[in-house]
Design a protein around this ligand. Structure first.
Ligand code: ADP
Ligand code: MG
Length: 575
């Protein structure tokens, strides 16, 4: 457990933890020596033939040392505890920011919430509280046993053997329970998903009048209940087993002592001294075992945290892999070059050898039937994922070599599932260009069709958006994103137009924004609307993950093919 923690902690925090471990180990050693000396003092004072005074002096010195070291360790412990939790939070945050977006499925999101809000704060108690008794249970008996060698070395061996056996049994019990704990955690993660699903499906459940839809939720909660019972059921036998082992070992050591006294190889005072120590050690071990459950819980948290931190981020490659040179027609006029890009989700191919260029200025429409891979292609351009083969160059540079800030600075997106920060409408728009003036911000909001919305709100642009933009309608959220993209006026803007029938007003706004941004930069729009498409300088027709046609509206309507079909379908469905 310490090893995992050291591995995932940043160097500074790991150093603090190492210092704390050293202090605590020193305290545990002194504790053990003091205990051993107590045994020797007891023996010497019972034994008329020897003086206890020098041993008492030694005991006093060691005890004083123990108190001082223990005090320092305890003062450090709480500081290291909070430092560890802070370092882990930061590490988790930094790492999450680098993970491919494909990683964030609902189960993993639930796991992140659980780990960040409950798990990491709980880990604070590991250095702060639990590490001390754990080290004491492990180190103190050994130190005490070695001190006892001054009295009787055979007892040293016996106590060491008993400690090793007790440690082995406690590990066995805790590993057993760890397996069950992991299963309990999986079950409760599943239940969280069912609860979320049940909550988000309420409208569907109510309108469909399907009360039995709660059955999945019920069975998941029942699973949690059973798993919790089972986990309690394995902890208890484990604790009983350990308690029983300790008592047997204690009895065994007493029997061993009696046999040696009877055989006259050990004096009665020596026996009494040894038994005093052994009794104390048994109590320490029992206290350590009670902490085992807490430690196991922390071990589970740590394993899950390490699992997240071990997920590799999207790679940054230092050099663009060899490929044909990027001298496209137009040379410096090319902003984006997609070069034989292929991609699939979980090995299901979605895009196959897609190649195209986007000019530095102008409007490109991406059209194609539903499921042909349009959204996927746009996500690759924003580097939500990396292509499985091929490459995408922005301004001649492979996306994989750009640092995230450069990439974010070069691209603006308006996607259908965009998310707003829990802030104000104005702040969300301002994200596009933080240094923009109030007038520019208001102009962008107006151009995105937010005028009436803002006028209808008491606080105007300063009205809150709520978490994820929950206080706005879906259409309003998208307009905020359009305003943000307009304000940013990035070299490349990626837009995903609503399917025309759903939201004609927003479709019109996106179309207008696209045309406006295309005068200063490059715009790629997933277009469903003929009006947007006919205005495009270039149309890419995607079908089953391949570009099957490309050209202008005039050229494409003149030739038979997929485009003619799409336009014919549109003519039938659009107003
Ligand atoms: P379009 O935008 O043209 O409708 P998409 O790019 O959304 O197409 O989807 C292309 C294919 O990839 C579809 O078969 C879709 O089911 C699949 N797909 C899309 N997103 C995911 C995802 N996150 N995981 C797995 N498959 C996906
Ligand atoms: Mg789509």
């Amino acid at each position: 457990m310490l090893r995992t923690l050291y591995r995932i902690l940043p160097p500074a925090a790991a150093g603090q933890l190492a210092a704390l471990t050293a202090w605590l180990a020193a305290a545990a050693v002194l504790h053990g020596i003091a205990l051993g000396l107590v045994g020797i003092v007891v023996t010497a004072s019972l034994d008329s033939g020897s003086s206890a005074t020098p041993w008492l002096v030694a005991l006093g010195t060691v005890a004083l040392g123990f108190v001082i070291v223990q005090w320092v360790a305890q003062m450090t412990a709480f500081r290291v505890g909070s430092g560890t939790a802070r370092a882990l939070h930061l590490r988790l945050g930094d790492h999450l920011a680098q993970l491919p977006l494909s990683w964030f499925n609902p189960t993993r999101q639930a796991g992140i919430i659980d780990t960040a809000t409950t798990g990491v704060p709980q880990l604070m108690s590991f250095p702060a509280i639990l590490l001390r008794p754990a080290l004491t249970a492990l180190v103190t008996p050994a130190a005490a046993a070695l001190t006892l060698a001054l009295l009787d070395w055979r007892f040293t061996l016996a106590v060491l053997a008993a400690t090793a056996l007790a440690w082995y049994v406690s590990r066995y019990a805790s590993r057993l329970a760890g397996v069950i704990d992991a299963r309990r955690h999986r079950t409760s993660g599943e239940a969280t998903n069912r609860v979320l699903e049940y909550a988000s499906r309420q409208p569907l459940i109510r309108t469909d009048q399907r009360p039995d839809d709660a059955s999945a939720l019920h069975s998941a909660l029942e699973g949690v209940r059973r798993a919790s019972l089972r986990s309690a059921g394995t902890v208890i036998p484990g604790l009983l087993l350990f308690g029983l082992t300790l008592n047997i070992l204690f009895a065994g050591l007493i029997a061993f002592g009696i046999a040696r006294v009877t055989g006259e190889s050990l004096t009665v005072p020596g026996f009494v001294g040894v038994i005093v120590v052994v009794a104390r050690l048994t109590a320490i071990a029992a206290a350590g075992a009670e902490l085992a459950a807490g430690l196991r819980l922390q071990h589970g948290i740590l394993t899950r945290l390490a699992g997240i931190l071990d997920t590799p981020p999207l790679p940054r490659i230092s050099e663009v892999p060899a490929g044909p040179s990027v001298e496209s027609p137009g040379g410096g006029a090319v902003l984006v070059h997609a070069d034989r890009v292929s991609f699939g989700y979980d090995h299901t191919p979605v895009l196959a050898e897609v190649s195209f260029t986007l000019p530095r200025r102008g409007l490109t429409a991406l059209v194609g039937p539903s499921g042909s891979g349009k959204t996927t292609l746009v996500r690759l351009l924003a580097r939500f994922w990396d292509p499985t083969s091929g490459r995408i160059l922005l301004d001649g540079v492979d996306l994989r070599t750009l640092d995230p800030d450069q990439l974010a600075g070069g691209i603006a997106t308006v996607l259908q599932d965009d998310y707003l920060l829990d802030s104000t409408i104005g702040e969300n728009i301002r994200l596009g260009r933080p240094e923009a003036s109030e007038a520019e911000l208001a102009a962008a909001a107006g151009a995105a069709g937010l005028d009436t919305t803002i006028a209808g709100l008491p606080d105007g642009l300063d009205s809150p958006t709520g978490p994820g933009g929950a206080q706005l309608s879906g259409g309003q959220r998208q307009r905020v994103c359009i305003a943000r993209a307009l304000l940013k006026a990035a070299p490349l803007t990626l837009l995903d137009e609503a399917t025309s029938a759903l939201d004609p007003e927003n479709t019109r706004l996106i179309s207008a924004a696209a045309r406006r941004l295309a005068t200063t930069g490059s715009v790629l729009v997933i277009a469903h609307n003929l009006d947007t498409i006919t205005h495009a300088d270039q149309i890419l027709v995607l079908d089953q993950g391949r570009i099957v046609q490309r050209g202008t509206h005039a050229a494409l309507t003149a030739q038979p093919g997929r485009y003619q079909d799409l336009v014919r379908d549109h003519a039938g469905s659009s107003p």
